[in-house]
Design a protein around this ligand. Structure first.
Ligand SMILES: Nc1nc2c(c(=O)[nH]1)N[C@H]1C(S)=C(S)[C@@H](COP(=O)(O)OP(=O)(O)OC[C@H]3O[C@@H](n4cnc5c(=O)[nH]c(N)nc54)[C@H](O)[C@@H]3O)O[C@H]1N2
Ligand SMILES: Nc1nc2c(c(=O)[nH]1)N[C@H]1C(S)=C(S)[C@@H](COP(=O)(O)OP(=O)(O)OC[C@H]3O[C@@H](n4cnc5c(=O)[nH]c(N)nc54)[C@H](O)[C@@H]3O)O[C@H]1N2
Ligand SMILES: [Mo]
Length: 835
C-alpha cells in the first residue's frame, strides 16, 4: 500500500559563514498578474506563510498564524529557497551528449556539463527512453522517485513523472518507503493495518484520560515542523498542552532530543543503548508476567499466540529468561528502572507514543512487534488514552479530523501502449498476450525502495520479501523528479558504484543537488513559489484548504515538472500529450477542477457551516478556508470498536485478533524474522562481541531542514560547525578523543569517511553520537564527504527478509580529530561547465 495515498484515503552553535557558490538568479518571464509589491499567501511543508515581495523580488516570509510557543524557524528562508544554488538551464553531461550509446557512466559527477536548448533536451530524453524500452524492455526503466518533492496537489513531481512514464509504457516501481519500511510491513501481520500513517487516539482524549505518556524513540518537537501536505501546527499546540498538564512524561531515547530539552525538568529521560529497545521491552514484559501485573483477560479476548511467546520470554527454549537483569545488560537501563516503568505503565492509563527511528534499524520489525506485545499485556489498547500510537510525531497524527472533504490532485494515470509512434490505448484494454506478459514482468520486478543499489549491481538476483520472491530487474534508465538518492540512500559509496550501471540518468531538479550532479541530463524546475497550486493543510486534521498562489516569476529557464512532462509526452508519441494534459489543460484548470469537486461536496453538506465561493472569487481572495472538527472526531479512540466487539469489528489479521504470534510469518521460515517478537542482535551495536567501530552514530531527522531541503539557506549559519554538519559527541568520549566543540572531526568506518563539526554535549549518551541525515553529499577525490553526509557511513543491508527496509540507525563509527588544512566545501557550488 502506498503510504501517502493511504493517508489521504484513510481520512477522508559556532558557525562560519555560508559559502554560497551559486549566484542569485535573474527574473525570467513575468506573469502580469503577479504581485510586484506586497505579500502573497501560500504554504509549504513547514506551514502557511505570508511571503513579502518588493519590486517583484521575494524579500522574506513569515508564518500566517502561530498556534504555540514552540518555534518553527523553517518558514523564514523563502528568499534563499528561490534564489540560491539554482540550476539555470537544461544541461547535458558532456560524454553523454557526445555519445549517448556509450556515455562513459563512470564520469558521472566529474564530467563537464553542456548547456543545451530546452527543445533539444526534450528530444534527447524522449529518443533515449524509447531506445531503452525498445532494446531492453519495459522493465529496464526505474522511475519510482520515493521522495519529498514539494507540497501542492497538482505539482506533485513524483506523480507527474509516474503519469508520463505510465502513459508511455510503464516503469518498475518501488515498494514501501524509507520512513517506515519495517513498520508498515510487520504491522499488518500483527494489527491488521499499517498503524504508522493512520489516525491515532486523539490528543484531546489523551490529554483528558492518560496519566502517563511515554514518548518512545520519537522527537515530535523536531519532526512536527513539517507535514506531508503542510503542517497545521496543531501537533505543537497539543504538545504545549501536554507540557502544561499534570501527566507524567517519560522519554526513551539515547539522545536528549529537542523534545527531551523541551520537556526538561518535567519529563524523565531514559537512555537505552541504541537498537536495544526490544530487549528493554522484553525485560518489562517478563517483570509484568512474574509479578502478575498484566491483563490476562485482554490477552485471552483480543490476542492470539501469547502461549507461544511465553516460553521464549521465560527462556524455556534458549535457557535465557528475559529478566530485567538480562535486559539491563543489553540495553544499559537499570533493572530498577525497567521494573518501575513496567508497573507504572500497567497501573496507570498510559499512552505509548512510538517514533519511527527504532524500526529504521536492523531487525527493525522487532521493537514494533514487541511494543504491541507489551501494550497487549498492559491491556489498554482501545481504551481512551491507553495503548500505543505510531504517528503522534508525524504530520499531526492525533489531531482531530475535521469533516471537510479532501481536495484531489493529479493522478499517475494507467499504463498506455505505444506502437508505431502512436498512443494505442490503455494496456488493460489491449489483447496482446506478449505485451501483457511484459507488463506483468515489469510490475513483478518492483522492489523495496532501499534495495536500489543492490538492484543496480545485481540484475537477476532473487530475494525474499514478505513471503514472496522478487527477481531484480536490469535497470538501464533512471528518471528522478523530486528526490535526492545521493542524500537518502544508505551506503553512498555502494550507490556510486551501482550508479554506473544504467546508461541514462535524468533528473528534474530545482538546485544543483548531489543527485543532479550525478545525472546525465538535468531539467531546471520551478520552486513552489513560482507556480500555482492548491493544498490541504493538516494531514490528519484536514483543517484548511489553501490556495498556493504563484509568488514570483519563474527563474531563469526553470519550468514546472508539468510543463516538462507535457513536452516529453508530445515528443514521445502522437496522442500522449492530449491525455497527459487532459486536453491541453493549464495548471489553473486542474486546480480549479480539484477545488470545484471539493466545494460541491462541502456546499452540499450544510452541517459544516462553510460556504465555498466560486473558484475565481476564492482564488482572488488568497485566504485559507478553515474547517472545524466535530465532537465525535475529537473523542475518537483508536481500536475502540475492536475492543467493543472483536468479532464484529475483527482486525485484518488472519485470526482477526492481535497476533503476538503470527503463523503466517512463522511459515515463511526466515532466520531474521520469526513467529513472535524477539531480541536479535543487530549487525552493528555497542554490545557486539566483535565491534567494527566504537561509537554508535544515530542519524535522526534534522530539526533545521527537511532532509536535504533548506540545506542551502542561511539557516545553516545557525547550526553548521566549522562549515560542516554538526556531530554531537558525548563529553566523556570527547575528552578521551581530545575533541572540543568547534573542532573538525573525521567520522569513519569500513564503508567510508566524512568530516563533521564537533559539538561536545551531555545530550548524547556515552559511546553514542548524533549526526542528522540530510547534509549535502560533497565527496572529495578520495570519496570523503567534506560536508558530513551520514549516508556515506550507513549500511544498506536489509532490516530482514520480511521488510527489506533500510537500517540507517544501525551504524557504528570511529571518530578522530581532523588534522591538517580543512578542505573547502563544494557542495553548494555549480559543477564544471563546458565553455
Ligand atoms: N541515514 C539516513 N538516511 C535516511 C533517513 C534517515 O533517517 N537516516 N531517512 C529516510 C527518510 S524517512 C526519507 S523520507 C528520505 C528522504 O529523502 P528525499 O525525499 O529524497 O529527501 P529530500 O532532501 O527532501 O529530497 C527532495 C528533493 O526534491 C527536490 N524538489 C523539491 N520540490 C521539487 C519539485 O517540485 N520538483 C522536482 N523535480 N524536485 C523537487 C528538492 O530540491 C530535493 O532535492 O531519506 C531517507 N534517508
Ligand atoms: N524538521 C523535520 N521534520 C521531519 C523531517 C525532517 O527531515 N525534518 N522528516 C519527516 C519524515 S520524512 C519522517 S520519516 C519523520 C521521521 O520521524 P522519526 O523516524 O520518528 O524521527 P527520527 O528523527 O529519525 O528519530 C526520532 C528519535 O528516535 C531516536 N532514536 C534513534 N534510534 C533509537 C533507538 O534505537 N531507540 C530509541 N528509543 N530511540 C532512538 C532519535 O534519537 C530521535 O530523537 O519525520 C518527519 N518530520
Ligand atoms: Mo520519511
Amino acid at each position: 500500500m502506498q503510504r501517502r495515498k493511504f493517508l489521504k484515503g484513510s481520512l477522508a552553535l559556532a558557525a562560519t559563514p555560508f559559502l554560497g557558490g551559486c549566484a542569485f538568479g535573474g527574473n525570467g518571464s513575468v506573469k502580469p498578474s503577479l504581485v510586484q509589491n506586497g505579500s502573497v499567501r501560500t504554504s509549504a511543508y513547514w506551514g502557511m506563510m505570508d511571503v513579502s515581495v518588493k519590486d517583484g523580488v521575494v524579500t522574506g516570509s513569515k508564518p500566517l498564524s502561530v498556534l504555540s510557543s514552540i518555534p518553527n524557524p523553517l518558514r523564514g528562508y523563502t528568499a534563499d529557497m528561490i534564489y540560491k544554488c539554482r540550476i539555470k538551464h537544461p544541461m547535458v553531461r558532456k560524454s553523454y551528449l557526445e555519445n549517448p550509446d556509450s556515455p562513459k557512466p563512470e564520469l558521472r559527477g566529474q564530467d563537464e556539463w553542456v548547456q543545451v536548448k530546452y527543445e533539444d533536451a526534450i528530444k534527447l530524453v524522449a529518443r533515449e527512453l524509447k531506445k531503452t524500452r525498445a532494446q531492453r524492455g519495459l522493465a529496464s526503466v526505474y522511475a519510482k522517485s520515493p521522495a519529498w518533492k514539494s507540497s501542492g496537489n497538482f505539482n506533485s513531481s513524483t506523480t507527474l513523472l509516474a503519469r508520463f512514464m505510465n502513459l508511455t509504457g510503464g516503469f518498475v516501481g518501488g515498494l514501501g518507503d524509507y520512513s517506515t519500511g519495517a513498520g508498515q510491513v510487520i504491522m499488518p501481520h500483527v494489527m491488521g493495518g499499517i498503524e504508522v500513517y493512520e489516525q491515532q487516539t486523539t490528543w484531546p482524549v489523551v490529554l483528558e484520560n492518560s496519566k502517563v505518556v511515554v514518548i518512545w524513540g520519537s522527537d515530535p518537537v523536531a519532526t512536527l515542523r513539517v507535514g506531508w501536505t503542510a503542517t497545521d501546527e496543531l501537533g505543537y499546540k497539543y504538545l504545549e498542552d501536554l507540557k502544561n498538564s499534570d501527566k507524567e512524561i517519560i522519554i526513551i531515547d539515547p539522545i536528549k532530543s529537542l523534545t527531551g530539552n523541551y520537556f526538561d525538568g518535567k519529563a524523565k529521560w531514559i537512555a537505552p543503548v541504541p537498537n536495544t529497545d526490544t530487549a528493554m521491552m522484553l525485560g518489562m514484559a517478563y517483570h509484568l508476567y512474574k509479578t502478575k501485573n498484566y491483563d490476562k483477560e485482554f490477552l485471552e479476548s483480543y490476542t492470539v499466540g501469547f502461549d507461544k511467546f511465553l516460553p521464549y520470554l521465560l527462556g524455556k527454549k534458549d535457557g535465557k529468561p528475559k529478566t530485567p537483569k538480562w535486559a539491563s545488560k543489553i540495553c544499559g537501563v537499570s533493572e530498577k528502572v525497567i521494573k518501575e516503568l513496567a508497573v507504572k505503565m500497567y497501573k496507570n492509563r498510559t499512552m505509548i507514543m512510538g517514533g519511527w527511528a527504532m524500526q529504521r534499524a536492523h531487525h527493525g520489525e522487532q521493537p514494533y512487534w514487541m511494543l504491541v506485545t507489551l501494550a497487549a499485556m498492559l491491556g489498554q489498547i482501545g481504551l481512551p488514552g491507553g495503548g500505543f500510537g505510531f504517528s503522534y510525531h508525524y504530520s499531526g497524527g492525533g489531531v482531530p479530523t475535521s469533516t471537510a472533504t479532501v481536495v484531489g490532485g493529479i493522478n499517475p494515470a494507467d499504463i498506455g501502449v505505444i506502437k508505431d509512434g502512436k498512443f494505442k490505448g490503455y494496456a488493460k484494454d489491449v489483447a496482446d498476450e506478449r505485451l501483457k506478459a511484459e507488463i506483468e514482468e515489469m510490475q513483478a520486478a518492483s522492489f523495496p525502495v532501499a534495495r536500489i543499489a543492490d538492484v543496480l549491481l545485481n540484475p537477476g538476483k532473487t530475494i525474499d520479501h514478505n513471503g514472496k520472491k522478487i527477481t531484480y530487474p536490469d535497470i538501464d534508465f533512471i528518471y528522478w523528479a523530486g528526490g535526492n538518492p545521493f542524500g537518502h540512500q544508505q551506503n553512498l559509496n555502494k550507490l556510486k558504484r551501482a550508479w554506473q550501471k544504467p546508461r541514462t540518468v535524468v533528473v528534474n531538479e530545482i538546485y544543483w543537488t548531489p543527485t543532479a550532479k550525478m545525472a546525465d541530463i538535468v531539467f531546471p524546475v520551478t520552486t513552489l513559489y513560482e507556480r500555482d497550486d492548491i493544498s490541504m493543510v493538516g494531514d490528519y486534521s484536514n483543517q484548511y484548504i489553501m490556495p498556493m498562489k504563484q509568488v514570483v516569476a519563474k527563474q531563469n529557464e526553470a519550468k514546472d515538472d508539468y510543463q516538462i512532462f507535457s513536452d516529453l509526452s508530445k515528443a514521445y508519441a502522437d496522442g500522449v500529450a492530449e491525455i497527459y494534459t487532459d486536453g491541453a489543460k493549464e495548471p489553473l484548470d486542474f486546480i480549479k477542477s480539484y477545488y470545484d469537486s471539493a466545494a460541491k461536496v462541502i456546499n452540499e453538506n450544510k452541517a459544516l457551516g462553510v460556504k465555498m465561493p466560486k473558484f475565481s472569487e476564492w482564488w482572488e481572495k488568497n485566504e485559507p478556508t478553515k474547517f472545524d472538527s466535530t465532537a465525535e472526531n475529537e473523542a475518537w479512540v483508536r481500536h475502540a470498536e475492536f475492543r467493543e466487539d472483536p468479532i464484529l469489528n475483527a482486525l485484518g489479521t488472519p485470526s482477526g485478533l492481535i497476533e503476538i504470534y503470527s503463523e503466517t510469518i512463522a511459515n515463511m521460515n526466515y532466520d531474521d524474522c520469526k513467529g513472535h517478537a524477539m531480541w536479535m542482535e543487530p549487525a552493528e551495536w555497542l554490545g557486539a562481541k566483535k565491534k567494527s567501530a566504537s561509537i554508535h552514530l544515530l542519524n535522526p531527522h534534522p530539526s533545521v531542514r527537511l532532509h536535504s531541503q533548506l540545506g542551502i539557506t542561511s539557516l545553516r549559519d545557525t547550526y553548521a560547525v566549522a562549515d560542516r554538519e554538526p556531530i554531537l559527541i558525548n563529553t566523556k568520549n570527547a575528552k578521551k578523543l581530545g575533541i572540543k566543540t568547534g573542532d573538525i572531526v573525521r567520522v569513519y568506518n569500513k564503508r567510508g569517511e566524512i568530516l563533521a563539526g564537533a559539538v561536545v554535549s551531555d545530550d548524547v549518551s556515552y559511546n553514542v553520537a548524533r549526526l542528522c541525515e540530510g547534509a549535502w553529499y560533497d565527496p572529495d577525490e578520495k570519496g570523503v564527504c567534506k560536508n558530513g553526509c551520514i549516508n556515506v557511513l550507513t549500511n544498506d543491508i536489509p532490516a530482514s527478509k520480511l521488510s527489506n527496509a533500510n537500517i540507517s540507525h544501525t551504524t557504528l563509527v570511529n571518530i578522530k580529530k581532523f588534522k591538517g588544512e580543512a578542505p573547502e566545501l563544494s557542495a553548494f557550488k555549480e559543477p564544471k561547465f563546458s565553455v
